[in-house]
Design a protein around this ligand. Structure first.
Ligand code: HAM
Length: 443
């Protein structure tokens, strides 16, 4: 029996999970500021949702999907991304009928791709993404860039590089693909087996090939910019102007074509190499799509969105020393001095939790030394000591772990005392109390 982790997966536990929570909650709160609502879609979908076109040229769809038959013989796939699922949810739930656009969705959760694991590349990883659907203009496109850029900046990434490209409208892409076929056909024997196939399915993908010999051929290939229609050029110019207006630094990179087939107009990615040289690939990427909702059975609605890879963001923050300070210590560690005091310690810890404090009771008979050792290890602010004397006198001893100052506190005064320690003074006795318990007139 093999109880190892499945290759390409990883546990996120303890402190690391707290960092992930912090990163995720920053993304969520920012998305909510921009008016996005959460979409929680299933992790399994019918395979056809992702394999909509048998000529799909993306590696993700052709080679990396976790696709299987369930016991009823249906072909299901573990979602390899969130965008198609959001589009399906919009169509299935007919969210378009009220004509109230844009529909703004954010999502967070695991996605699955059968890729070769390496630094920053997993087979199960977390994506946070947004989709803005129903308004087809550069303002929507740029709003997604602003949101993603601000999110990365707020996490502390400076020197961010936004790479942006324009794939144009259908007409522009068709003309460009023809030019690429013309350019690469005589070179086919020098190309890698994947690119030979890409030439047939979607020559745009050759631009993205990572094989050095093919990259050399790509250098001399026609450039997308030369094949953009007037409308696409104008739209891209407006996009760039908006980026300048909001002060987002960008670099136009005609090598960015993105790994999925649904894109049109703008595509973008964030790259970041840490000071120590860690490069985990793109932190996130996205772009505009014209036909996805229609392909999934809905009306013709354009959309735009991006997704971040949370593992990549975490590992770069860690490498750069940018992880936020965790506030994960205990407010109180309640320490029974002797077997007889354990029950009281157990109850006091619960009382403190109900007041909103993070508290732990030691529920074994332990020496002072080991109890204080534990309290220190857990980053505790105050120890609460209960011995037989305290039991008898209906009190506890509260000890400040930093200053070592000890105070005897009667049980009946404990609430007021601990609130005062954390600046949550209750002025019940002044008759003008606004504390949580009393603000509604309860006394
Ligand atoms: P994607 O570029 O395939 O786009 O993935 C988005 C991000 O997920 C990547 O930039 C990267 O940070 C992370 N990522 C991708 N593969 C892996 C992996 N194997 N391990 C760890 N992280 C990974 C999409 O998925 C599109 N749905 C984005 C989008 C939304 N476009 C429009 N709307």
């Amino acid at each position: 029996m093999n109880f190892q982790l499945v290759k390409g997966t990883h546990d996120i536990i303890n402190k690391e999970a707290r960092y992930y929570q912090q990163i995720e909650s920053l993304f969520i709160s920012l998305a909510e500021l921009y008016g996005y609502n959460e979409f929680r879609t299933p992790i399994i979908e019918y395979t056809e949702l992702f394999k909509r076109d048998k000529n799909d040229s993306s590696d993700m769809v052709r080679k990396q999907m976790y696709e299987f038959n369930d016991l009823g013989g249906r072909s299901l796939t573990l979602r390899p991304e969130g965008t198609a699922s959001v589009a399906r949810a919009i169509v299935n739930n007919k969210l378009y009928v009220e004509n109230d656009f844009p529909i703004k969705a954010y999502y967070i959760g695991p996605v699955f791709r059968y890729e070769r694991p390496k630094a920053g590349t997993y087979r199960q990883f977390l994506q946070f993404g947004i989709e803005n659907i129903g308004i087809d203009n550069p303002y929507s496109d740029v709003e997604t860039i602003i949101l993603s850029f601000r999110a990365l900046k707020m996490l502390g990434f400076n020197n961010l590089k936004l790479k942006i490209n324009c794939l144009g409208d259908q007409e522009s892409r068709d003309n460009y693909k023809k030019a690429l076929v013309k350019h690469f056909t005589p070179l086919i024997d020098k190309m890698c087996p994947d690119c030979k196939e890409r030439l047939k399915l979607n020559p745009l993908r050759i631009i993205d090939c990572k094989v050095p010999a093919d990259q050399e051929l790509v250098k001399h290939a026609p450039k997308m910019g030369e094949y953009l229609s007037k409308a696409s050029k104008d739209r891209f110019a407006k996009t760039i102007q908006l980026l300048k207006d909001v002060g987002i630094p960008y670099e136009i990179d005609e090598g960015i074509v993105r790994g999925l087939d649904y894109y049109s107009h703008i595509v973008y990615e964030y790259e970041y190499i840490s000071k120590s040289g860690l490069n985990v690939g793109a932190l996130g990427g996205g772009g505009h799509y014209d036909n996805l909702v229609k392909e999934i059975g809905g009306p013709q609605l354009a959309g735009v969105g991006f997704a971040f890879g949370i593992e990549r963001i975490y590992s770069l923050l860690k490498d750069e020393g940018l992880l936020p300070k965790l506030n994960d210590g205990f407010d109180f560690m309640v320490m029974p001095v002797g077997e007889k005091c354990i029950s009281r310690a157990f109850i006091v810890a619960d009382f403190l939790r109900m007041l909103g404090y993070k508290a732990e009771a030691i529920i074994e008979n332990k020496s002072f030394k080991s109890m204080f050792h534990k309290a220190e290890k857990r980053g505790t602010a105050y120890a609460v000591l209960i011995g037989e004397n305290e039991l008898k006198n209906n009190e506890v001893i509260v000890k400040d772990m930093k200053t070592q100052k000890q105070t005897n506190v009667k049980n009946k005064d404990l609430k007021e005392y601990v609130n005062s320690l954390f600046g949550h003074d209750c002025h019940c006795h002044d008759g003008e109390c606004h504390c949580e318990e009393h603000k509604h007139g309860k006394k």
